[in-house]
Design a protein around this ligand. Structure first.
Ligand SMILES: [Zn+2]
Length: 410
């Protein structure tokens, strides 16, 4: 059964005593993580809990004075971090062009790392019911620190109550300090009871994600829908301009403003992604199979940008697309729908009418696709969505890894 996980960020209220205890705990815990990380790095990346436990348990308890449960959590924290790094390396393969102008991708692995991961920020992972629990009818949280248990209050977000209805399970929380305020990040998981039968969805919607149109969809009724991105791009450009100015200035106050701007921009982009995914998930309703391209290693950079800002934009965009995917998956699954990812090969070069694959059929300047074989003509984003939709229908009919173009016809 599919699961949905959301992370709740709770703002914790502390007094001098709990503040000191939290500081001590999170500093010690982070230091222990860095210590174990060095071992992982030196010993060929054994990302296995038991291996680390056997090799380091006594050391971690003795050197850092952590209780048994916390020492065990350290191994999990370090393993999880390296797995994330591994995933990130896999998401961003090293790529180069050969003499025929063909791109090659080399997947980077942990062995490519130059130094071990360092846990700079004080933090501690707390296991539910052992290291933390909700007490006094959920009014307070009781937290296990190095010395003793403390009870703290927290801001209760308006939507928080529903997570106590029994259908959500609370995972291991991360205790962190941001700008001298304490937070607990708690992942909450909900198992979906109504699951989409992917062999007979009511709707299949192919989604092409792009720059000009943030999302173009095409579905089984032949309906095409564009979510226009031009307003968003404009705002994005404003952010970029202000950012460039501040970067050029380079003063302390400029750096501070830069930080607050990027925070604001992230929140605004998250809002946009929320809106688009909500529109799609609500618009199609339950029993819908949403089809997205798997955009690992795909570059979106435009021509007229410097190498550096190209890279920056690329990172931003992959982050934004990744977030969109997360939001859509969450909302779809809450609705009894689901999301799959398909290979992006040739989705912009293939004629959706006759299947011909030809790169120069796509005209970037006019945003048109004109088939040189059958004469079919359409907007290029629409063509992308049609092809992605078609891959979705192949998936529905049983092809678990649908893709175009084993034969290249150029
Ligand atoms: Zn054609």
């Amino acid at each position: 059964m599919p699961e949905i996980t959301v992370t709740m960020k709770l703002h914790i209220h502390t007094d001098d005593v709990s503040d000191r205890l939290f500081c001590e705990l999170t500093e010690r815990y982070a230091a222990a993580c860095t210590h174990v990380s060095q071992y992982v790095f030196d010993n060929g990346f054994p990302l296995n809990y038991m291996v680390l436990h056997n090799a380091m348990y006594q050391d971690v308890r003795g050197t850092f004075g952590l209780k048994s449960q916390m020492a065990q959590s350290v191994f999990k924290t370090v393993t999880a971090r390296y797995k994330t790094v591994k995933e990130q390396l896999w998401q961003n393969p090293y790529k180069y062009k050969d003499e025929n102008d063909d791109w090659h991708y080399i997947t980077s692995t942990l062995e490519w790392l130059w130094k071990p991961v360092v846990f700079r920020r004080p933090q501690a992972d707390l296991v539910r019911d052992r290291d933390y629990s909700f007490v006094e009818n959920g009014q307070r949280i009781s937290v296990n620190t190095l010395g003793k248990r403390v009870r703290v209050t927290y801001d209760v977000p308006p939507c928080f109550k529903k997570y106590f209805d029994g259908s959500w399970s609370f995972g291991t929380a991360k205790l962190v300090n941001l700008k001298n305020e304490w937070y607990m990040h708690i992942p909450m998981t909900h198992t979906v009871s109504e699951e989409l039968d992917v062999t007979k969805p009511s709707h299949v919607a192919g989604i092409d994600r792009g720059l000009r149109f943030l999302a173009t969809t095409y579905d089984e009724k032949g309906k095409c829908h564009f979510v226009n991105g031009s307003d968003i791009l404009k705002k994005h450009d404003t952010f970029n301009r202000v950012r460039a100015e501040l970067q050029a200035r380079g003063t302390k106050s400029a750096k501070r403003r830069l930080k607050s701007i990027s925070g604001r921009e992230n929140r605004w982009m998250s809002d946009v992604n929320h809106q688009i995914s909500k529109t799609l998930a609500d618009g199609y309703g339950s029993n819908t199979l949403f089809v997205l391209e798997d955009l690992r290693g795909v570059s979106f950079a435009e021509e007229n940008l410097s190498q550096r800002s190209k890279h920056g934009r690329n990172q931003e965009r992959s982050w934004s697309f990744y977030q969109f995917e997360q939001f859509l998956t969450y909302k779809a699954r809450m609705n009894g729908s689901d999301v799959i990812k398909v290979a992006p090969d040739y989705t912009s070069q293939r004629c959706p009418k006759c299947g011909r694959i030809h790169k120069s059929n796509r005209h970037h300047e006019t945003h048109e696709y004109i088939c040189d074989a059958c004469g079919y003509r359409s907007n290029d984003d629409r063509v992308g969505a049609m092809n992605i939709y078609e891959l979705g229908t192949l998936y529905v009919s049983g092809d678990t890894n649908p893709r175009f173009g084993s034969r290249k016809t150029e």
